[in-house]
Design a binder for this molecule. Structure first.
Ligand code: DI6
Ligand code: FE
Length: 401
């Protein structure tokens, strides 16, 4: 059964420049895939159209892909925000048992239904700005039982909402209090959990936080070795607060992405280019932590490393639920062009998740798209805090959140 969507302005994001714009464009959908996208005048003949929608000149983009979120947690950290404004640093708060550990305590204390409904509300807020594919990391459980619980809740989001959810095990996010002074033992434990979590079908990728306040490169390597033994792809929170050489390490494992990267080196960028690793830049965390060292955007461009943009939604360093605001900040803070920013939250975001069936409007891609009441895609990036009303189509079906 083929559905025709006609009289739209398409930002196909096909390779090349100018957003892949098609004036007076049309889409043919065989759910859940696109059968055809192009100028309405070139619609293929002889197709049996079962249903037809008039887009009335609205803009159509691929559905947004938010490739880095920490969506499943309880509690909030507004007090910590206040403390930072009174002079405490993120690191000081983390070292004093605040920060990630306080979210771990709140998360462990919440029941499954509470965690699910909190995460669901967050996912719906992202969907309300055009997100159709979402990555959800664990990392606020930090025990086998609680990491499994968070990943199950992420899977449940994917089953119950009209969204694709990819799960990432980030058990190596922070050292839980019960392992104080025994980081290597904790890493051993994480490595021993992965086969069980994977056997239950809970893990699409494995991530770690490689940082002086978290885990060393050699601890990260052990987590990656365990992931590799299971055939799972890896990603890394790399060079966010300092340069640890995590980028080179992740690239040597063929990582899907390295994320944050403010302190990435030339050698790290060369390694990412060689391994086809995506650079996921997170302007929300940069802004909220009031970082001053910019990610090396020019060097990433020069090396041909694909750049993705994500919300990094989490309660400590990026408590935002606005993907469009992140596109704007990618331009204002990191000097991406508006087109680079949108490609970063569509085609390159998908690539950071190892997904090649979405992120552009083209035949055989998933029919995940967003319909916006604007004339040009640069308007989505230019305004901020405007929350335009968007219609969201997932797998060819309009969603009604
Ligand atoms: N880097 C971050 O910015 C977040 N996690 C990470 O590895 C912070 C998470 C938090 O503060 O709760
Ligand atoms: Fe993160």
């Amino acid at each position: 059964m083929t559905t025709l969507w006609r009289h739209g302005r398409l930002a196909t994001l096909a390779a090349g420049a100018s957003w892949g714009l098609v004036e007076r464009g049309a889409l043919l959908v065989d759910s859940p895939h696109l059968r055809w996208a192009g100028p309405e005048a070139d619609l293929p003949a002889g197709i049996d159209i079962a249903d037809e929608h008039d887009l009335e000149g609205a803009l159509v983009t691929p559905g947004l892909v938010d490739c880095h979120t920490h969506l499943v947690y309880a509690g909030q950290r507004a007090r910590e925000f206040e403390l930072r404004l009174l002079g405490a640093s993120y690191e000081e708060i983390a070292r004093a048992g605040g920060g990630i550990r306080s979210t771990v305590a709140a998360t462990r204390g919440a029941d499954d239904d509470t965690l699910y409904s909190l995460a669901r509300a967050r996912a719906l807020a992202l969907a309300a700005e055009g997100v159709t594919t979402l990555e959800v990391k664990s990392g606020y459980g930090l025990s086998e039982q609680h990491e499994a619980r968070l990943l199950r809740i992420a899977r449940r989001l994917g089953r119950e909402l009209a969204l694709t959810v990819r799960t990432t095990c980030l058990a190596a996010h922070a050292l839980p209090a019960e392992y104080e002074g025994r980081a290597d033992d904790y890493i051993d434990a994480v490595c021993s959990w992965l086969p069980t979590l994977h056997a239950e079908g809970l893990v699409d990728a494995v991530d770690a936080f490689c940082e002086h306040i978290a885990f060393t490169p050699s601890q990260t390597r052990r987590v990656f070795d365990a992931a590799q033994r299971l055939g799972l792809p890896v990603k890394l929170h790399a060079e966010q607060l300092s340069n640890q050489g995590g980028t080179e390490l992740a690239a040597s494992f063929g990582a899907l992405s390295c994320d944050h990267l403010e302190h990435a080196s030339e050698a790290g960028i060369r390694a990412m280019a060689a391994s086809g690793t995506v650079a996921v830049l997170l302007p929300g965390a940069f802004y909220f932590l009031r970082e001053t060292k910019l990610p090396p955007v020019d060097a990433l461009r020069a090396a041909g490393v694909p750049i993705a943009i994500a919300t990094d939604h989490n309660p400590g360093s990026s408590p935002t639920l606005s993907p469009l605001l992140m596109l704007n900040m990618a331009c204002t803070l990191f000097r991406l062009t508006p087109e680079e920013a949108l490609r970063g939250m569509t085609v390159n975001g998908a690539r950071a998740l190892g997904l090649h069936d979405r992120g552009t409007l083209a035949a055989a891609q998933r029919a995940d798209f967003a319909i916006w009441p604007v004339e040009h895609p640069n308007e989505l990036v230019h305004g901020f805090g405007q929350h335009p009303t968007v219609r969201v189509i997932v797998g060819g079906e309009e969603t009604r959140p």
